[in-house]
Design a protein. Structure first.
Length: 293
């Protein structure tokens, strides 16, 4: 399933096409994806202008000029294809070739610019909802979602406050969407490596008894931001089915230092350790037991 950098690259690829365009027609080609489409889905979108395209956690949110928002989730295999005359591209980056089989083209947005944006989803684990913009924060998808890990909100002090008193492993705490929004398995493994922290470490160890952050908390906050920003700059990781809006494959996976590298030598200079794979709460964790403490 795409993680935050992949969803952000899709947003950046779609925004120039969607924002400011009017939806002349929307073709809904099946009754449901993971969930049924909203009632009168196509009719409620027809004629509406997209005023903004933003991301919250792993969701894309298109604000419409009549006060509703189109909420979109890519699921495991969803992608958008932009068609402009004879040209086409797919925003996002994915490892495997992205499907263009019309049998999996489930939603088609015909825009006032003459372009078409097509949502393709072979596994149909994605979904689309329509929610009033002023009710988004209270919607079940968003009301318990934590802070965004990009930008100035994520600091060592923030991590100390979120994790204080928690005995859960640091990996599990970082994946808790109620605390931090959008972090996934890949980038948590990479950030923990950069901060030289074990995924087994108790999350509460990043806070002192008085609640202030330890130096490790500051290192981890910086590592999380750095790895996400690098992945976004690289266009997202090309794993499984993720592909960016222009159809190009991403290359951040070539910069993975520990993820999916079990048995490889630790790349940290002078370490001499070996990357290990363990399973935590059903998810694979990759780390170096020698330098990550």
């Amino acid at each position: 399933m795409p993680e935050l950098p992949e969803v952000e690259t899709v947003r950046r690829g779609l925004a120039p096409v969607f924002v400011g365009a009017r939806l002349l027609r929307v073709e809904q080609r099946r009754a449901n994806l993971r969930f049924p489409f909203p009632a009168d889905f196509s009719a409620r979108l027809m004629g509406r202008m997209v005023t903004a395209l933003r991301r919250r956690a792993k969701y894309l949110i298109a604000d419409l000029d009549h006060g509703e928002a189109l909420v979109m989730h890519l699921g495991m295999s969803g992608s958008f294809r932009i068609e402009d005359g004879g040209d086409e591209n797919i925003p996002g980056l994915f490892h495997n070739s992205r499907g263009k089989d019309a049998a999996h083209d489930h939603v088609v947005f015909i825009l006032s610019s003459g372009k078409r944006v097509i949502y393709n989803d072979p596994r149909r684990f994605g979904f689309m909802l329509l929610v009033k913009q002023d009710l988004l924060a209270a919607h079940p998808l968003f009301r318990d979602v934590g802070i965004e890990p990009l930008g100035d909100a994520l600091t060592g002090a923030t991590l100390a406050r979120l994790f204080a008193g928690k005995k859960a492993p640091l990996k599990a705490a970082l994946l808790d969407q109620r605390l931090l929004a959008g972090l996934g398995n890949i980038y948590v493994s990479e950030a923990l490596y950069r901060a030289a922290l074990s995924p087994r470490r108790a999350a509460g160890s990043l806070a002192r008894k008085n609640g202030t952050p330890t130096p490790r908390a500051d290192l981890l906050a910086k590592a999380i931001r750095a790895v996400l920003e690098e992945a976004i700059e690289a266009g997202g990781s090309s794993l499984r089915d993720h592909r960016q809006a222009n159809g190009e494959l991403g290359y951040f996976q070539h910069n993975f230092r520990v993820y999916d590298r079990a048995g490889a030598p630790c790349p940290r200079p002078g370490c001499g350790g070996t990357i290990k794979r363990i399973v935590q709460s059903g998810r694979a964790s990759f780390y170096c037991a020698t330098c990550q403490k």
